[in-house]
Write a protein of this length. Structure first.
Length: 91
């Protein structure tokens, strides 16, 4: 993975590696699920038709992926001592 990243930065004419955090909370899909999932569950419960547990669980887990408040790694370069925080993601 590191070699792939180095090749990408070299092609861009940048010798310094750069990490840009994914921001899932800014995607349309994330915002739609975050906004409408609780209401969907409530409406289905009112009609006694709950979502299958695996669908509910996946939706709730999706909202945690890439968010620092649900876990992260602290990485440190041994050479220059630069530190980065990388939020856990699903895949």
């Amino acid at each position: 993975m590191l070699a792939s990243h180095s090749a990408r930065t070299a092609q861009q004419g940048n010798s310094e590696p750069h990490y840009a955090r994914h921001r899932p909370e800014q995607t349309l899909l994330y915002q739609l699920i975050e906004q409408h999932h609780p209401q969907l569950l409530a409406t289905l419960a009112e009609h006694d038709q709950p979502l299958p547990k695996y669908v509910r669980d996946e939706s709730e887990e999706y909202l945690k992926h890439g968010r620092f408040e649900y876990g992260f790694l602290r990485l440190r370069c041994e050479d220059c001592h630069t530190e980065r925080f990388v939020a856990f993601s699903c895949k």
